[in-house]
Write a protein that binds this ligand. Structure first.
Ligand SMILES: [Zn+2]
Length: 337
């Protein structure tokens, strides 16, 4: 995938393209940001744009790879001798001997490319010894060599590694961008994309996980709270209704991530309720499998209620992101709904 084909992250791809065109790309880059937002794809596209034999400007990028020359093809297939990709092994770590082997290869000038590019995926999985082994090369990259590290948890890298890299921050994708990538790159239908994208928290990776895994339990929890709060006015009963949300089986507290997923599913259902009440075309409903249940609830969430409840869910999600407790947040939400 070339830089222009990346969905989302326009500001960063434009910045990278300008730097490549001026030959001012820093030799050590750290792509940091949530998982599933395109860091690895942009790293590979950067390696292509650097080494393409027929690169040219595009309508919105200063320069980009052609995507079809021998170099582009080899990089896309992962067999270009000068573009080395390091990924975590099955134990989710990058071992010192692998790193040493790569570093020994960087002591020669690039063989066929303009530049040797070492790409390290999930760099936080580099063992401490591996990180230490890299330090000298990051401090003073061998001539013609550059490094791109990607990670969702930059804080897990040694400060000495972090300080030697120029950091680019990747943001979350919009729901529309996630949907577009699901359809274009993963062959999902528009209906499937519309269902998964809004609850994927701006991450294509998370959207794919949602589609692959059965989230019906979480969907049921979200629907149950909507039903529970639909008719009940007293706070006591609402707070009780929230208990299934923060406490799972065997009285075990649910993880923050799971609770956040339930809330995002609930937000998506509230959007649907709003649409149903507004008489919108049923084709725009994000949860068509729940249409009957949603229609049954629509009257209870008429007027401004669905919108107000959506706002409350949004505030609850923000509170969770800021580490508020799941019990406090879900009980507060049940009262607000
Ligand atoms: Zn090319």
């Amino acid at each position: 995938m070339t830089l222009r084909e990346i969905i989302g992250q326009r500001r960063l791809t434009a910045l990278l393209a300008r730097a490549i065109e001026r030959d001012s790309l820093p030799p050590t880059l750290l792509f940091a940001g949530p998982s599933g937002v395109g860091k690895w794809a942009v790293a590979r596209a950067t390696a292509q744009a650097v080494n393409c034999q027929a690169r040219a400007a595009t309508s919105d990028l200063a320069v980009d790879a052609c995507g079809t020359c021998r170099a582009c093809d080899r990089i896309a297939r992962g067999v270009h001798v000068d573009v080395i990709m390091l990924e975590p092994d099955e134990r989710a770590s990058i071992k010192i001997d692998v790193v040493r082997d790569v570093l020994s290869r960087t002591s020669f000038r690039p063989f066929e490319g303009r530049k040797r590019v070492v790409l390290i995926r999930e760099a936080d999985t580099l063992e401490t010894a591996s990180q230490n082994a890299l330090l000298k090369s990051l401090e003073e990259p061998p001539p013609g060599t550059m490094f791109i590290l990607t990670t969702a948890v930059p804080g897990a890298l040694l400060p000495t590694v972090r300080s030697r890299c120029m950091r680019l921050r990747f943001g979350r994708l919009t729901s529309a961008e996630v949907a577009a990538a699901l359809m274009r790159d993963h062959g999902y239908s528009e209906a499937e994309a519309r269902e998964a994208a809004p609850v994927a928290d701006g991450s294509l990776g998370q959207a794919l996980a949602l589609i692959d895994n059965d989230v019906s339990m979480f969907r049921d929890l979200a629907m149950a709270l909507l039903r529970h709060t639909a008719g009940r006015a007293d706070s006591q009963s609402r707070v009780q209704g929230a208990s299934a949300l923060h406490t799972g089986g065997a009285k075990k507290e649910r993880s923050r991530e799971d609770v956040a997923l339930v809330l995002r599913l609930m937000a998506s259902m509230l959007r649907d309720l709003e649409a149903i009440n507004a008489g919108a075309d049923r084709a725009v409903i994000a949860n068509p499998a729940l249409l009957e249940e949603l229609e049954a609830l629509a009257r209870a969430y008429s007027g401004d209620r669905a919108r107000a409840a959506f706002g409350a869910v949004d505030r609850a999600l923000t509170a969770l992101e800021r580490n508020a407790g799941t019990k406090v947040v879900t009980e507060w939400l049940a009262v607000q709904m």
